[in-house]
Design a protein around this ligand. Structure first.
Ligand code: ADP
Ligand code: ASP
Ligand code: MG
Length: 442
């Protein structure tokens, strides 16, 4: 079995839906995971924001605009009258439901229900389009088998049992279409795998079905060596290891949800990144194998907060770090980077939900400084810390104020903490001097 995931842009226009149909229609049995059509989840998030601020009128305007877009899409896509009527009835029922939901008092459960509608819409529309094209596809509702537990981890046993039961019940289908991103929580409520979570759905399904390969089809020809949203002339990398891609995805490479490779890494199921608009391009193959040497790719993660903890008494005295870590653990706040000196320890977090009580507790035994609007720039490559080019980093970034450095935590990663205002310039400089061979250091 193969698992193929198509992202928002891939199902975001009629032209691209036709590309997806052509890619999946090759007689091989597969599970196809779809995201919401591009822009839909953002619109649904905006609707819930308006609902939260009790601005129902604005919420209804967004719902109306979205409904019009969907109505146009299905009219162009579905020439078969019966299928058009069926899809139209379904789409209208979803928008009626949204109108009912926005009039209720805001809660996280309602938010989860609202943002789930995008994937429900795209999969319904696409599965009926395949039916129109005489392709043997069935729709598997993700809410019947995807479940996360109380710690937000996938409940693999439940997923495996239920997905296999459903697939066994419809053995003759060539293509099983399902929703990415959405799931049930431990109580059976509608939940999700966080923004960008359809990639994660695909590898969770790939792992429970012991798929031969998971393919992530998107709008770019693979994993690039730097962030193409900010840097020109980035290039696709043919091969990445699970560790390298996990590190880059965690540190901001939007092409993959941060947890994507976790379910398949131990099972050694390859993940292939492909471009829906250019299927002939090689893309990127992610496996256990490590290729190349030196700096291979760079990513950056924003919204980082740095916390410096100074102590009048000897800081690294036995038990001090334990005391610090226990506070972060109690507030379920994970630490990304850490550096220490004799008189201070600096660390970074990206989730500031509990920042206030954390600082309050730290201040009981230390002086605390907090800096926000920081970014982590992460450089990844096989044995990067030993490579001859690596010392040049300091020369390349000589004009940038580097607040923290993490070097040697693993052989394959170097992380730098900088002000977010310096991020784009830093990424561009690194691109120029690290990857464009004719650029020389001054
Ligand atoms: P999808 O909707 O298919 O899930 P995403 O927008 O989530 O697509 O991810 C693809 C986008 O990720 C690309 O269009 C690109 O702008 C961005 N991106 C950020 N970093 C990278 C990178 N290192 N390599 C490739 N794409 C990246
Ligand atoms: N539609 C969801 C989002 O926009 C999930 C995804 O695209 O992977 O975050
Ligand atoms: Mg994505």
């Amino acid at each position: 079995m193969l698992v193929l995931k198509f992202g928002g842009t891939s199902v975001g226009s009629i032209e691209n839906m036709i590309h997806v149909k052509d890619i999946i229609n090759n007689g091989q049995q597969k599970v196809v995971v779809l995201s919401a059509m591009s822009g839909t989840t953002n619109a649904l998030v905006a609707i819930s924001e308006y609902m939260k601020s009790k601005n129902i009128e604005e919420a209804l305007i967004v719902i109306d605009a979205l409904r019009n877009n969907y109505s146009k899409t299905i009219t162009s896509l579905l020439s078969n009258t019966a299928l058009h009527t069926e899809v139209s009835t379904y789409v209208n029922s979803i928008f009626k439901e949204l109108e009912t939901l926005v009039n209720k008092p805001y809660s996280i459960l309602l938010y989860n229900e609202i943002v789930a509608q995008g994937e429900l819409l795209s999969t319904f529309i696409f599965s009926r389009y395949l039916q129109q094209e005489n392709i043997n596809a069935v729709l598997l509702p993700a809410l019947d088998f995807m479940r996360i537990d109380k710690t937000n981890e996938p409940d693999n046993y439940y997923i495996q049992q239920n997905l296999n039961r459903i697939i066994t019940g419809t053995p003759d289908a060539d293509i099983y279409i399902t929703q990415g991103f959405i799931s049930r929580d431990a109580e059976g409520n509608i939940a999700n795998l966080q923004r960008g979570g359809s990639d994660y759905t695909a590898t969770i399904i790939g792992a429970v079905l012991k798929a031969e390969e998971v393919q992530i089809w998107t709008d770019i020809d693979g994993f690039h060596n730097n962030d193409p949203r900010f840097v020109e002339n980035t290039k696709a990398i043919s091969n990445l290891s699970f560790d390298e891609s996990a590190e880059l995805a965690y540190f901001g490479a939007k092409i993959l949800h941060p947890q994507t490779v976790m379910p398949v890494r131990a099972l050694d199921i390859p993940v292939r990144l492909k471009n829906t608009m250019s299927p002939a391009s090689y893309g990127t193959l992610i496996t256990n194998e490590v290729h190349g040497e030196g700096i291979k790719a760079i990513a950056a993660k924003d919204n980082i907060t740095a916390i410096k903890i100074k102590s009048a008494r000897m800081l690294l005295a036995h038990g001090f770090l334990k005391k610090v870590f226990e506070i972060f653990e109690r507030y379920e706040t994970s630490i990304d980077m850490i550096t220490t000196s004799e008189i201070a320890v600096s660390l970074t977090i990206d989730d500031t939900t509990h920042l206030e009580p954390i600082v309050e507790e730290l201040e009981r035994f230390s002086i605390v400084e907090v800096d926000d609007y920081m970014s982590i720039v992460c450089l990844v490559g096989n044995a990067i810390i030993f490579h001859a080019d690596t010392p040049n980093l300091f020369q390349i970034l000589q004009d940038v104020s580097v607040r923290m450095i993490s070097y040697g935590g693993s052989n394959n990663n170097i992380s730098l903490l900088i002000n977010t205002s310096d991020k784009v310039e830093s990424l561009k400089k690194l691109q120029r001097y690290v990857f464009e061979s004719d650029s020389v250091l001054v």
